[in-house]
Design a protein around this ligand. Structure first.
Ligand SMILES: *Cc1c(COP(=O)(O)O)cnc(C)c1O
Length: 362
């Protein structure tokens, strides 16, 4: 977490401690408004197309569970879809009776856009995909998917949780209708924060699954109206310090420049992949024509969980991506689990060299 983000959290929490929650919120008004303009600038959206949601999963849910899907409808997704999203697809398909179609991967392991074009029929209502999966360096061709969704006039829901903050994500260029993301990953924001983008033109096609006195106005005893814009997906009560912290994280990233970040992260990750591939017994598993800052690998004879433990002892944090969290992706590839390392722009070549030595010893 960068210092300005930490300072913002401290500032709001100190106010809550000294003058109470309401007064603290009042003092933070300017920063709370800046949340929308900073995100609008980051994503090339309008401020009223942005909502604060407590994490990326609930942000995605607030849109998805509000879509009108009926028996016989079809929803297209891909094997790289995030587990929680796919679980929600399964739950809603059980309830509502729509069918889930999986778009195949092309020879690079990314979404096959030609196949997607051919799969869309009159009953297809939604394409829901993940830009960068949690379990690998793959960057799906999100803008190509957007062109096809537009051509057929169907809704396009993009999980950009692992891409916003490491890749220059522009909703107009991608052509998505809905996009969800988190604060805590490449944006370097606080835990327990997330955001949702909903394009103005489609907002009335979504019936928010939960409403409250912020998202709707109680206009008459037996009537209500949603507030304008994406605020209808928010909660009245929320983590004010976290909102301000996330706003500072976006401001910080934009000062560095998302294109600068994207270039450096991709370069460091590729150096790491090249170095890992030079170690005997190590296999790198990242798919895709374009790859990002997530690097996944296995080492023959070493369990990923044991590698994680060993690296932690060397002061290096990695995580393990396991099959039950990515069945559609890892099961067909016969991968039970992999070690996942993520680089960011602040990492150095020295750290990569140290990492590679530690993997050799592990
Ligand atoms: C981490 C992750 C999420 C969930 O983010 P939270 O903020 O933890 O809810 C969603 N999608 C992808 C691709 C992720 O990697």
């Amino acid at each position: 977490m960068p210092t300005p983000v930490f300072s913002a959290l401290q500032r709001v929490l100190r106010d809550e401690n000294e003058v109470g929650g309401y007064e603290a919120e009042r003092r933070a008004q300017g920063d709370l408004q800046a949340f929308y303009t900073e995100f609008a600038g980051l994503l090339n959206a309008d401020p009223d197309e942005i909502a604060f949601v407590e994490n990326a999963t609930r942000a995605w849910d607030m849109a998805f569970y509000g879509l009108h899907l009926e028996p016989g409808d079809r929803v297209i997704t891909h094997g790289s879809e995030y587990a929680s999203n796919y679980l929600a697809l399964l739950q809603q398909s059980r309830r509502l009776g729509f069918e889930i179609d999986l778009v195949p991967s092309d020879e690079f392991g990314q979404i096959d856009v030609d196949a997607l074009d051919g799969m869309i029929g009159p009953k297809t209502k939604l394409v829901a995909i993940t830009h960068v999966p949690t379990q690998g360096g793959l960057v799906n061709p999100a803008a190509e998917v957007g062109k096809i969704a537009r051509k057929h006039g169907i809704l396009y829901l993009l999980d950009a949780c692992q891409s916003v903050g490491q890749i220059n994500v522009d909703v107009a260029e991608i052509g998505c209708d809905i996009l969800s993301g988190t604060g805590r990953k490449f944006l370097r924001g606080p835990r327990g924060t997330g955001f949702l983008y909903v394009r103005k033109g489609i907002i009335d096609q979504i019936d928010p699954p939960f409403i409250d006195l912020l998202s709707a106005n109680w206009t008459e005893a037996n009537n209500f109206a949603f507030v304008d814009g994406a605020k209808r997906f928010e909660n009245w009560e929320s983590y004010v310090a976290g909102r301000v912290g996330l706003m500072e994280a976006v401001r910080y990233a934009r000062k560095i420049g998302l294109s600068n970040i994207e270039t450096r992260v991709a370069m460091l990750a590729q150096d790491l992949r090249d170095a890992l591939e030079g170690i005997k017994g190590v296999s790198v598993h990242d798919l895709g024509q374009q790859k990002c800052g997530i690097v996944t690998f296995t080492k023959a004879g070493a369990e990923p969980a044991a590698v994680e433990e060993r690296l932690r002892a060397d002061g290096i944090n990695v995580s393990v991506s396991a099959m039950p969290y990515a069945r559609l992706d890892l099961e067909p590839r016969g991968l039970m689990s992999m070690t996942r390392a993520s680089v960011h722009y602040f990492n150095t070549q020295d750290e990569i060299a140290r990492f590679v030595e530690a993997v050799k010893r592990a």
